[in-house]
Design a protein around this ligand. Structure first.
Ligand code: LLP
Length: 422
């Protein structure tokens, strides 16, 4: 029997909570805008995936790009997660959060030598190599350190993940990986180098995938490649299946962890490989909300704008991808429904959090919660329009802690100087 899903954001007496803490109570202390995360929801999402793969050797390398807050990463690391990093900064964060270097994989198309060196010195599990030029750099940096670098090639299978074009990575028109048809030659080159150890094959085709088919199609091609590489004498014992499992923002029904695990098992299960997973969104998206306050309202003939204190610099996804995230009042819904756009203070027409929503009537000072904001929310935030970045709060049960302070005005100009001599 499976456990009932963890209810991270219950509504009690009409008031939205994070676990057992009223959202309004936190917002009164921290101010708005603010990101709130549920520790229980992070753990439940991690544990559900771990349980689905429990029958086979695997490592969950949480894709830290989705939410890099130290407290969030530490919560997952304590659950046994490793980390997928894409930069020296992410590696630094992962290690600071307590990640075990032997469970860190390093992906990304543009690794610099200093980044390669830092990862080798940390002793990471594996580099996911995205070009033959990068392979040669890894070999050379490893040589200068007198070590051997564990590598997999990220192969691009040319499979359409049927998601937003900006987050599709497995098509041959994308910059990611090496074409799967060139893999045999690339692995032969790797084998001939003296400071790399070929360990595996990696494939990540995109993000927010809500159907199992693209995963299965890509893995079928990876399977054939592993068989071919083994026949050519390569010791392939790791398959990194990437991330990409979708979540419910509106009505999507993504594959469950069990369906996902079954698809992986069905395609590569008989190859006796360790499976590396790189989930980001599916662990953190629905463990977080973004809370913002209504500043003003105004109408035109066609539109009713609700102007809030959160903006595209805080939560970029609606502006960048036109993506939908649910919004709801934090307090009990007021009577009456109207069609509104929820917009921020930034000087761009693209600065909206929601468009054309049927929404209960709101008043100045009301708090609104944007759901599914735990992934690619704070992580993509900026200081555009001179806006300090929001605070972040982690909740567990009836306790909460500010895990990142709201930026100050001084933070906005940190590192800047006015050169008097120019
Ligand atoms: N592994 C690699 C190599 C990746 O590039 C990504 C995401 C992941 C794993 C994690 O994918 P996930 O499980 O989170 O789907 N900012 C966009 C999403 C960009 C995803 C980039 N790569 C958004 O807000 O939708």
């Amino acid at each position: 029997m499976s456990n009932p899903p963890f209810e991270a954001f219950p509504r009690r007496d009409g008031n939205l909570h994070v676990e057992d803490v009223p959202v309004a109570e936190i917002a009164a202390q921290t101010g708005t805008p603010v990101y709130l995360y549920s520790a229980g929801a992070l753990e439940a999402a991690h544990d559900a995936l771990a349980a689905a793969f429990a029958g086979r050797p695997h490592v969950i390398c949480y894709a830290i790009k989705a939410n890099m807050n130290l407290a969030v990463v530490s919560t997952l690391v304590k659950r046994g997660a490793g980390v997928d990093v894409t930069s020296r900064g992410e590696l630094f964060r992962a290690l600071r959060a307590g990640a075990d270097a032997s469970k860190i994989v390093y992906s990304g198309v543009g690794k610099r030598d200093d980044e390669i060196q830092a990862a080798l010195e940390a002793g990471i599990k594996m580099f996911n190599v995205e070009s033959r030029g990068e392979l040669r750099h890894i070999d050379s940096v490893a040589g200068s350190l007198g070590v051997r670098a564990p590598v997999a090639f990220r192969v691009n299978p040319d499979v359409d993940p049927k998601t937003h074009p900006y987050i599709s990575t497995g098509l041959k028109t994308s910059k990611f990986g090496i074409p799967i048809g060139e893999a045999v030659e690339a692995y032969a080159e790797a084998k001939a180098l003296s400071h790399v150890d070929v360990r595996g094959v990696d494939c990540h085709i995109g993000s927010q995938l809500v159907s199992i088919d693209p995963f299965a199609d890509a893995l079928a091609l990876v399977r054939n490649l592993v068989v071919e590489l083994r026949a050519a004498g390569h010791a392939i014992d790791v398959i990194d299946v990437g991330g990409g499992l979708g979540v419910t923002y509106a009505e999507e029904v993504p594959p469950s962890p069990a369906e996902y695990a079954a698809a992986v098992e069905g395609s590569v299960g008989d190859l006796d490989c360790e499976i590396v997973l790189e989930p980001g969104r599916s662990i953190t998206a629905n463990a977080g909300i973004f809370v913002t306050q209504v500043l003003y309202q105004k109408g035109t003939d066609d539109k009713h704008f609700v102007i809030v204190d959160g903006a595209m610099n805080d939560l970029l996804r609606p502006a960048l991808y036109g993506s939908y995230q649910r919004v709801e009042p934090v307090g009990p819904a007021r009577g009456g429904v109207q069609k509104i756009d929820i917009v921020g203070p930034v000087c761009e027409s693209g600065d909206f959090l929601a468009k054309d929503r049927s929404f209960p009537r709101v008043e100045e000072g009301d708090l609104l919660a944007v759901r599914s904001a735990g992934a690619y929310g704070f992580a993509m935030s900026s200081n555009y329009n001179g806006r300090p970045r929001a605070a972040e709060v982690l909740v567990r049960g009836d306790q909460y802690r500010v895990v990142r302070e709201r930026e100050s005005l001084e933070d906005l100009i940190r590192g800047e100087t006015i050169p008097e001599d120019l």
